[in-house]
Design a protein around this ligand. Structure first.
Ligand code: SAH
Ligand code: SF4
Ligand code: F3S
Length: 443
């Protein structure tokens, strides 16, 4: 038998890239690769990249430069770039960084074995097509290893929303939903391999509208219907989904937050800004008031839900008054968790043509926004002290006997108790609140 070749994959960007990296490892398994945790002795290095902000894209080039010595020491080493930078910049990557042998866009991962074979013949390989053949279908039958208790499962990909700042509609293409039966099959398979917590992924996951595979399996599946079907899977304990768009938050999905036992009380619902003027220029197609009304309805269905969001500060033409409206919205909602970014101009997007704000203004606003969000996160975390939560234990902690898992609300919780094991769901009373995690004791 041939000794396996070693594949090192480094993942940047969103959770969908995490899911995709796992699929790429499986795809290259047929070419004789096993995953390794260091680039040093790898036969192939794959960077799964993100193009969402300028800094994310530039990181890729600086990382690639660092592989020069490895390539000099081992001329057989192949270096590949996957993900959204690959899709957006294609051939340009090979021009800018001659170390790169392979460039593969997110819709072509099932073609990796063929692309890898081309590099072994001494050619450069590039595939940034949006092929007709279904990559999920091709990747479905690859052998899969047992795995930890929490997993991602991509159900929908691409985006038709075209927010004025965002590259995703260009790098991931049009919105496509996978058939519900395939998703359920993959979920059952994950559960058989030890998974207890599944996060359904999509760039617009709540716009999911999948078909059943055969006529008798029913026509249109909403995300809520899919969640209800997953709820029936024995051994699956928790269901989550991300990322949602406010305009696709359907009634049946809100109701599922009230009625579906396995659907966790956590919702990431990006709003971007609290100013209607900015929301309009961003092409978000919802107002601040509509967002607030939606939050009210979600909280009426599930009062304890923990809310999370994304914010962009310094979008072109944002004034201090616009920014204050964002702070007002944050004060009104109270978020348990949030991501916030300075606006970053992305080539090819409508907003890239507009005049940019001064960086010092953006930095100042970002700091003020983050101070408020951090304060809210702290308050909500601190309010957990004394409460009992269920913690799905995912891994060992740094200290001896310590385990780390997630609560229903997606808080990381540390528990030290030698009766615990990975994959177990423990009832825990929260006793402390740190910067980004909670501590608790078994009850
Ligand atoms: N709906 C998507 C959003 C992807 S991008 C999803 O599935 O996650 C994640 C976040 O990055 C966005 O919500 C937005 O807040 C931020 N973002 C996107 N483009 C950006 C840009 N050009 N500059 C700064 N932040 C941006
Ligand atoms: Fe980007 Fe907007 Fe689509 Fe989200 S909804 S992926 S921010 S275009
Ligand atoms: Fe980045 Fe692409 Fe995800 S740009 S955020 S990796 S969809």
């Amino acid at each position: 038998m041939n000794t396996p070749k070693k594949l090192f994959v480094k993942t940047y960007g969103c959770q969908m890239n995490v899911y995709d990296s796992e699929r790429m490892v499986e795809a290259l398994g047929v070419s004789g690769y096993v995953e390794t945790s260091t680039p040093d002795d790898a036969d192939m290095i794959l960077l799964n990249t993100c193009h969402i902000r300028e800094r994310a894209a530039e990181k890729v080039y600086s990382e690639l430069g660092r592989f020069r010595e490895l390539k000099e020491a081992n001329p057989d080493l192949k270096i590949g770039v996957a993900g959204c930078v690959a899709q957006a910049e294609g051939q340009e990557i090979m021009r800018r960084q001659p170390l790169v042998d392979l460039v593969v866009g997110p819709q072509s991962y099932h073609r990796l074995p063929a692309l890898e074979a081309r590099t072994r013949l001494g050619h450069k390989a590039l595939d940034t097509d949006f092929p007709e053949d279904d990559k999920f279908e091709t990747l479905r039958h690859r052998p899969k290893a047992p795995r930890g208790p929490a997993a991602f499962l991509t159900v929908q990909e691409g985006c038709d929303k075209f927010c004025a700042f965002c590259v995703v509609p260009y790098t991931r293409g049009a919105e496509v939903s996978r058939p519900a039966t395939r998703i359920l099959e993959e979920a059952r398979d994950l559960v058989a391999r030890g998974v207890r917590d599944i996060t359904l992924l999509g760039q617009n996951v709540n716009a999911y509208h999948g078909a059943g595979e055969r006529a008798d399996e029913g026509g249109d599946w909403s995300l809520a219907r899919l969640i209800w079907a997953l709820n029936e899977i024995d051994g699956l304990e928790r269901i989550r989904f991300t990322t949602s768009h406010p305009n696709d938050m359907a009634d049946d999905l809100i109701a599922a937050h009230r009625d579906c036992a396995k659907l966790m009380p956590y919702l990431h619902l990006p709003v971007q800004s609290g100013s209607d003027r900015m929301l309009k220029r961003m092409n978000r197609k919802h107002s601040a008031a509509e967002y607030l009304r939606l939050i009210e309805r979600i909280r009426a269905a599930r009062p304890d839900i923990l809310l999370s969001s994304d914010f962009i500060v310094g979008f072109p033409e944002e004034t201090e008054a616009d920014f204050q409206q964002t702070l007002d919205l944050i004060r009104e909602v109270k978020f348990g968790q949030a991501y916030s970014f300075k606006y970053s101009s992305r080539p090819g997007t409508p907003a890239a043509e507009r005049a940019q704000l001064d960086d010092t203004v953006m930095t100042d606003r970002l700091h003020r926004l983050q101070a408020l969000l951090t304060q809210q996160q702290r308050e909500i975390q601190d309010s957990m002290i004394g409460r009992k939560v269920s913690v799905l234990l995912e891994r060992a902690g740094r200290q001896t006997g310590q385990m780390v898992g997630k609560s229903e609300y997606l808080h990381a919780v540390h528990v030290t108790d030698d009766r615990l094991s990975i994959g177990q769901t423990a009832r825990v009373r929260i006793t402390g609140s740190g910067t980004n995690s909670l501590t608790g004791v078994l009850v």
